[in-house]
Design a protein around this ligand. Structure first.
Ligand code: PXL
Length: 281
């Protein structure tokens, strides 16, 4: 039977992020995404202008109706939220729907490049940390890892020239392994002109290298987390999943920048989704 995952994330008209990325990627990987929107936006918030419709007041109906309809989820995967109260909602949703065979993947979306996204503040971040503690897998970028562990992003980046940078990142990541069975995949670790994603679990760390193409594109974190979610539900190890996600994103960025691009629009992943397909003739 096709596996299902609840996907708690926003729906943005432009930006190729959040639900737009998750629905496409999980579907091609043979997983049924069940979207639960946190907000509906004209476009992601990095553009000069955006309008956001906060979906909070409708979200309880999903829990209520899905419970009445006996919904079962193999995965619960959360991402961008429109406000603090939604974190409590997600925690409750997990309490209601997490069964012994359900994997919880929390992408603790909060910011990038050392800065918080416009809809986030310290309180939201504190709450997201509590949510992250309930996950089996979290997928922060380096900025979000710093927020989760109380490190200062700029101080961490100052160490990136050191030969011991990866050992240092491992120490930081260890602090975000909030319970024994938790695994972390960290994106956007920049060193010496390359960009690395790291996979960490108790006593084990692995870094996956890719070329850095200069620009930070909208939605790549969501593409990464969605591939992790789909892979893990397909019983792939986290290291292999992170390797595949890193390679996919690197390949797509390489194609995207062959033509004029705008980083807010995201990357041209649609044409390459077939590479993630579980069923190939
Ligand atoms: O990709 C992260 C993200 C998701 N959703 C919205 C965003 C962002 C990042 O800016 O604005 C609406």
């Amino acid at each position: 039977m096709t596996k299902t995952t609840a996907v708690i994330n926003d729906l943005s008209g432009f930006g190729k992020c959040s639900l737009t990325a998750a629905i496409a990627i999980l579907s091609v990987m043979g997983i049924q995404p069940c979207p639960l929107p946190t907000a509906i936006l004209t476009n992601q918030t990095g553009y000069k202008n955006h309008y956001c419709y906060d979906f909070s007041e409708h979200m309880n109906f999903y829990t209520e109706m899905w419970l009445k309809n006996n919904a079962h989820f193999d995965g619960i995967y959360s991402g961008y939220i429109a406000g603090e109260s939604q974190v409590d909602f997600i925690k409750k949703f997990i309490e209601v729907f997490k069964k012994s065979d359900t994997k919880v993947i929390v992408d603790p979306v909060m910011g990038d490049n050392g800065k918080l996204y416009s809809a986030y503040n310290k309180n939201t971040c504190d709450k997201i940390k509590e949510l992250a503690k309930t996950a089996d897998i979290i997928t922060p970028n380096l900025t979000e890892l710093c927020i989760l562990t109380g490190e200062d992003f700029n101080s961490v980046m100052k160490k990136s020239d050191s030969d011991f940078f990866f050992e240092y990142i491992e120490e930081v990541a260890d602090k975000a392994i909030f319970h024994d069975n938790m695994k972390i995949a960290v994106t956007g670790i920049k060193k010496d002109g390359f960009i690395y994603n790291g996979v960490f679990e108790k006593g084990n760390a692995d870094f996956l290298k890719s070329k850095e193409y200069g620009s930070s594109f909208s939605g790549t974190g969501d593409i990464f987390s969605s591939i992790i979610c789909g892979s893990v539900l397909n019983n792939t190890t986290l290291s292999k999943a992170a390797y595949n996600a890193t390679k996919f994103i690197e390949d797509v960025i390489k194609e995207t920048i062959k033509e004029p691009y705008e980083k807010n629009h995201g990357i041209d992943f649609e044409k390459y989704l077939y590479k993630l397909a579980v069923y190939k003739e």
